[in-house]
Design a protein around this ligand. Sequence first.
Ligand code: AMP
Length: 402
Amino acid sequence: MSDWKLEDFAVPEVPDKDRFHDFALPDPLMRAIAELGYEYCTPIQSKALPFALSDYDVTGQAQTGTGKTAAFLIAALTRFWEEPLQDAPRPGCPRALILAPTRELALQIEGDAKSLSKYMPERTVCVVGGMDFQKQIDKLNKKPVDLLVATPGRLIDFLDRNIVSLKSVEVLVIDEADRMLDMGFIPDVRRIVFQTPHKRQRQTLFFSATFNDDVMRLAQSWTIDAEHIVIEPEHVATDTVEQKFWMIGRDEKDQALRSLCLHEDTERAIIFANRRDQTHRLMKYLRDHNVPCEALAGDIPQRKRLATLNRFKDGDLKYLVATDVAGRGIHVDGVSHVINYELPEDPEDYVHRIGRTGRAGASGVSISFVSEDDAFNLPPIEQYLGIKVDCSMPDIELSAKE
Ligand code: AMP
């Protein structure tokens, strides 16, 4: 523990906000929280932690960007600290299982788990499809694992080969249940949940951005007397993001994008396009005009996508052109701008896009280009947000036409 003391992490009490200090968390966990720069709990942490830390099941309606990952990880790590294992742990028998629908999300969770447990003995392993199978096996066979983060398909593979056993799971986390449903993973998830101890013998924390009847049914069958928590989606999107809509001709968009990227206020930006071919075209266009950028789309190999994401996260890469599907996996703080080169067809995608900036309380700007080609996507967005938006002319100088 070296010489770190809780007093080194001074956060003043503020009305209507909870501090992590208010939950009597283990010192090594507090040290990691301090290092991550978290001071006050986000709303979902304030609402979920009192229940999750008291061993209650929780069902949470919350999107990414709300801080839900830290909420469930803090609960699991605190439990492990307070109830150390009596017997020697066996390899492949995690105490917590976290299921996520995509590799990107699973890898994000793994990263958060490693940061939060930096000063604790707990070990995290992530098993996801599309990445080196043997390496993941070696990681599991080498040493006992405490937190296992997994996508359903790959985990089933490991269960079938008896590399993982879920008999010792004390905390089961199901993240983004609605997407698991949409992606057809529920039969796999059911098989997995069935291999964990009975719901009376485990704690289940269940999260979903939306709760329709199907999601509700799953939540009810996998949890017991759960505390249901709702974090309004508008909270994520609109509070910390300044939304601008620029009226712009189809032929002026490229030029406007280039000017925007080169503008001094644009520190780090994600540019969204509706289709993969468009992301590749924009990447080429920007590079040809001395704007170094990378594309993030489904047809780019996984390894390259991860390398790109890491460079973006580390600040080595300032501009990223992404599709909606690829963009959902991006949880990076410090994104100053989201640029919608085109308006998405689905208003929910709009909210997800702009939620890539203004994360964790920081402020951000989203700029949406509205042209004759996609202006008809605006009314559904207005309806979804419950606001009428003002379209304006671009408020920066556009660079000269070629
Ligand atoms: P998530 O919703 O789990 O994807 O978290 C969104 C982002 O918020 C992550 O980058 C976290 O590092 C960050 N975060 C989580 N909790 C806090 C907090 N209490 N204060 C500041 N940032 C946080």
